[in-house]
Design a protein around this ligand. Structure first.
Ligand SMILES: [Cu+2]
Length: 470
């Protein structure tokens, strides 16, 4: 309990010092956006997990109807006994400006897979939605020089004040008013001052030691992504060997679950983002994945591989692939590729947006309409791996990567763990209309490229859109 409390104190202090960009299951894009149903109500839920754990997550629930009376939110572990017994849920507060928006703050106490359970009470009865939220403590923040100097000066002032008071007490407490100090009194003062200095020095030394122990135990707790070592075999197969650099005990390499039909979704992009491959390596051994590569020009490529553990923790493994030109095999199955200026598409995908500038952090519904060659909305969209569409959001410097679906940024596999009873519904989803939407919030400013993939008449179509986020 004591160590927990001191961790909270440190977490609060760290959180107060300087908020910094955070990474997550996606890369640099930790916030979770989910669009789904809670009973009869359609909700858009945003969860912004804290930078340090324990820490406070911000939750926003945007409802789409006016008949909501109350929204309650509660954090629970995603799996295990903790997932069964929910503590009393907090009431989310209705926004004064927007009566459909409810907000709240929740403490998340440990690293791993959590869920935020949203319960709705309204005129049409009750509804419940669970949003999986991975809490991955991102880093120990360094103290700024200014703060360090200020705190050091305050510590010196406090220490000098203590020594001064103790010494003055020993020197003058026994003297009458106006009586001059004699030699003995001055010596008493000096000795008391020296003892006080030793005591203060000891406290500072022990305090520093305690801080060091806490900091190093927290450092072990900070999320470390899996490490992928790529290699290309003589017969043009990509092999990815995963290694766990060590993180909180719960991570395994043999517990990956299928996320829309595949254990791994591998995105390979060129540095200029003018090429994209969306591949699905097979798991050939524990921690080893293999994929027959398509034709690829020589170059150095960036890889982002999405994985979901049975615990519901999702991770994106990154790596670089440097290769000579590959005379590969044609793409098959769910694999797809895109290159700037390649063969003309049969139709086109249009980004439907107004003039509102795109800003960081704000929940944005990215909306795309799929048109045929004559500009008419298409009627032949199919599900691509169970989804009406896939959006891959990458910042130009490759420091931000997110893989988003119409249901949001939480991986489907984690959603199914959070709400097993809803999983069977999703698979019966009807053929999608001609418009696909993706709820997302850009985490940081910068130039982004969004790859949108849909499937029409058995063919995957990819379109790219560039966006400047301020
Ligand atoms: Cu996808």
């Amino acid at each position: 309990m004591r160590s927990c409390r001191s961790r909270i104190a440190i977490a609060l202090l760290l959180a107060a010092i300087a908020p910094q960009p955070r990474a997550s299951a996606h890369v640099g894009s930790p916030d979770v956006f989910v669009e789904s149903h809670a009973g009869p109500y359609r909700l858009l839920v945003t969860v912004r997990p804290p930078h340090a754990i324990p820490g406070v997550a911000d939750v926003e629930v945007l409802t789409t109807s006016d008949d909501i009376r109350e929204v309650r939110i509660v954090p629970l572990p995603l799996t295990g006994p903790g997932a069964q017994f929910a503590p009393v849920a907090d009431r989310a507060e209705r926004s004064a400006e927007d009566p459909r928006l409810f907000t709240g703050h929740l403490w998340l106490m440990s690293a791993g897979a959590w869920q935020v359970r949203v319960t709705i009470a309204g005129d049409r009865g009750e509804g419940m939605l669970s949003v999986p939220v991975p809490t991955l403590p991102q880093s120990t923040l360094a103290m700024s020089t200014g703060l360090r100097a200020t705190l050091f000066a305050l510590m010196l002032l406090l220490a000098a004040g203590f020594v001064g008071i103790v010494s003055a007490m020993a020197r003058e407490a026994r003297l009458g008013a106006g009586e001059p100090t004699d030699r003995r009194a001055r010596w008493r003062g000096r000795i008391a001052g020296a003892v006080a200095t030793l005591v203060v020095g000891g406290i500072v030394f022990l305090g520093n030691m305690w801080w060091g122990v806490e900091a190093s135990s927290y450092a072990r707790y900070v999320y470390k992504p899996l490490i992928a070592t790529p290699s290309v075999t003589a017969d043009a197969r990509l092999r990815l060997d995963l290694r766990d650099p060590g993180w909180i005990g719960s991570r395994r390499l043999d517990d990956f679950v299928l996320d829309h039909g595949h254990p791994m979704h591998l995105f390979v992009v060129s540095p200029a983002l003018d090429r994209l491959w969306h591949l699905h390596p097979a798991e050939t051994a524990t921690g080893a994945f293999e994929q027959r590569l398509p034709e690829m020009p020589a170059g150095q490529y960036e890889m982002f591989a999405d994985l979901v553990h049975a615990t519901g923790v999702s991770e994106t493994v990154t790596g670089q692939l440097k290769t000579a030109a590959i005379q590969g095999a044609p793409l098959s199955g769910d694999d797809s590729a895109w290159a700037e200026g390649a063969a003309a598409e049969v139709g086109k995908i249009v980004w439907v947006r107004d003039d509102t500038p795109l800003v960081t952090k704000r929940l944005t519904i990215l909306t795309f309409r799929v048109e045929d060659a004559s500009g008419q909305p298409v009627r032949d969209l199919e599900l691509y791996m169970g989804m009406p569409g896939h959006a891959i959001v990458v910042r130009r410097d490759l420091k931000v990567f997110a893989h988003v679906h119409p249901s949001g940024s939480a991986p489907m596999a984690a959603m199914n763990i959070a709400m097993p009873q809803a999983a069977s519904h999703a698979s019966h989803e009807a053929a999608p209309p001609s418009t696909v939407t993706f709820p997302y919030g850009f985490p940081q400013a910068g130039a982004y490229r969004i790859f949108v993939q849909v499937k029409r008449a058995g063919r995957v179509e990819t379109a790219v859109f560039d966006a400047d986020i301020r």
